[in-house]
Design a protein around this ligand. Structure first.
Ligand SMILES: *Cc1c(COP(=O)(O)O)cnc(C)c1O
Length: 244
């Protein structure tokens, strides 16, 4: 490696290290304000476009959960992740015909938004002697081009998922609309939290509300204050994404 590349890598690592410290501190503060401990909040790093070397560096700092959102990219990086020290999850839109390629490789699929997709994950899991943990993705902003089920569709989907042996529903996930103000983002987060709590009170086979996954680089503090216990942070940790 040339000296120039070395310094570049060292600088990159220094940035990630500083960002990691800042994010974990902010998580601890927000958790404290809601009567929780830092370890009650799962800090998932969204690793799309990030090279495995940098991802593994973040893992060496203490990061325990990573999430990819494209099947192809995840598979191409798969052998390089340090999965002895971190958990890999799938957080992106998932096509049914690609389920087979990721079942058994990820500890959770966060983006289930249809019965058909849930059935396929269950089928592929059963075939491999596995049960896959999943979250139901909710389109809380009712946006046309976004994945996720609408609020009023959640009950029916959960009822169907309860009967699938190869999956276990572990909670809810959401990517709210881009908001112009904190007030607006709180409105969506609070709505999600209410849905989460409402469903926590129900008794259904195969379904537990362990995780409420919401909040990204710009709003993870607000998400935690609203009750999220899993945040998905990309650019605030790794810097702006460079798409190649
Ligand atoms: C990329 C991504 C994130 C993180 O986005 P940032 O704004 O970079 O923090 C979170 N969730 C999903 C589903 C993503 O694809």
């Amino acid at each position: 490696m040339t000296e120039k590349l070395l310094t570049e890598q060292a600088r990159r690592q220094e940035d990630v290290r500083a960002n990691y410290l800042e994010i974990t501190q902010r998580i601890a503060q927000a958790a404290g304000k809601t009567g929780r401990k830092p370890e009650d909040i799962t800090f998932l790093a969204a690793t799309k476009t990030v090279e495995p070397e940098i991802i593994n560096y973040a893992i060496s700092l203490g990061l325990k959960t990573i999430g990819e959102n494209r099947v192809q990219e995840m598979l191409s990086k798969y052998d390089a992740y340090d999965l002895e020290h971190a958990d890999l999850q799938f957080i992106g839109h998932l096509q049914k015909n690609k389920v087979r390629q990721i079942v058994g490789k990820v500890s959770m699929i966060q983006s289930v938004d249809s019965e058909k997709l849930a059935e396929e994950i269950s089928r592929q899991s059963t075939k491999n002697g596995l049960v896959t943990d999943v979250l139901v993705e909710v389109n809380i902003g009712r946006e046309e081009n976004k994945s996720g089920v609408l609020e009023e569709e959640i009950d029916e989907l959960l009822a169907k998922m309860a009967g699938l042996e190869g999956i276990r529903v572990k909670g809810l996930m959401s990517v709210p609309p881009v908001c112009g103000s904190k007030q607006e983002i709180f409105k969506y987060f609070d709505k999600m939290y209410k849905i989460f709590i409402d469903n926590s009170g129900k008794k259904m086979d195969n379904i537990s509300m362990d995780f409420l996954s919401m909040g990204m680089s710009d709003d993870y503090t607000e998400a935690i204050l609203s009750g999220a216990n899993m945040i998905r942070v990309g650019s605030a940790l790794f810097g702006a994404r460079i798409y190649r």
